[in-house]
Design a protein around this ligand. Structure first.
Ligand SMILES: Cc1cc2nc3c(=O)[nH]c(=O)nc-3n(C[C@H](O)[C@H](O)[C@H](O)COP(=O)(O)O)c2cc1C
Length: 183
């Protein structure tokens, strides 16, 4: 699979669907990946996204140290790997190895971008807000790319199941998108 560029001011369409992301960050020799359901686009110009990351997450520590993160969008074929990345901490295990995730540094950030994911959104932190037991990091989108086969300006939800982004209902329950409809 190879990814094509998505204009940064259209990167919100990768997230619009409310899909689960694999949030990555790196600082010096350390790196982390965790499942993330709480994200949303918050501005088109400049292109900004917000993510809510628990105070105790190792990934939050790396985002604070590096000022960068990447949102990688897994297809349903990566469901068990996503659940694993959302229940084990990088403080205990190398989750990239544990989930057999291939990765490289992003184009514009050092946060890892995951090869098997359908898309990625690379961000530089421009604001951080403490909200109860989570940090809200606001990131400016610096680069974005998606598998051409599955995204043509918006998700082609006709792709086979393993290549569909999916949503989190809670616990170990997830949701696959249904039909695309227009008014
Ligand atoms: C599907 C799913 C979605 C999750 N979404 C979030 C989220 O939006 N924010 C968050 O802080 N934790 C979320 N989690 C929990 C973290 O992924 C989990 O605590 C992870 O082990 C943190 O890893 P780390 O310590 O390596 O950063 C989610 C877990 C799952 C399974």
């Amino acid at each position: 699979m190879s990814k094509v560029k998505v204009p940064v001011n259209q990167a919100y369409r990768l997230l619009n669907i409310g899909c689960v992301a694999l949030l990555t960050a790196a600082h010096e020799s350390q790196q982390s990946v965790m499942a993330l359901a709480w994200h949303m686009p918050v501005s088109i110009k400049p292109p900004l996204v917000a993510i809510a990351v628990g105070l105790a997450r190792f990934t939050a520590e790396l985002i604070q140290k590096s000022g960068e993160f990447a949102l990688n969008i897994p297809g349903y074929g990566l469901l068990s790997q996503t659940q694993y990345c959302g229940t084990v901490s990088s403080r205990q295990e190398d989750k990239f190895a544990g989930a057999k995730l291939a990765y490289q540094a992003g184009n514009k950030v050092k946060a890892p971008v995951i090869s098997q994911c359908l898309a990625q959104v690379e961000c530089r932190v421009v604001n951080q807000i403490l909200a109860g037991d989570h940090y809200i990091f606001v990131g400016q989108v610096e680069d974005a790319a998606a598998e051409e086969e599955f995204f043509d300006g918006m998700w082609k939800i006709t792709a086979e199941e393993k290549n569909l982004p999916f949503q989190h209902l809670g616990g170990t329950s997830y949701l696959l998108p249904g039909r695309k409809v227009t008014p």
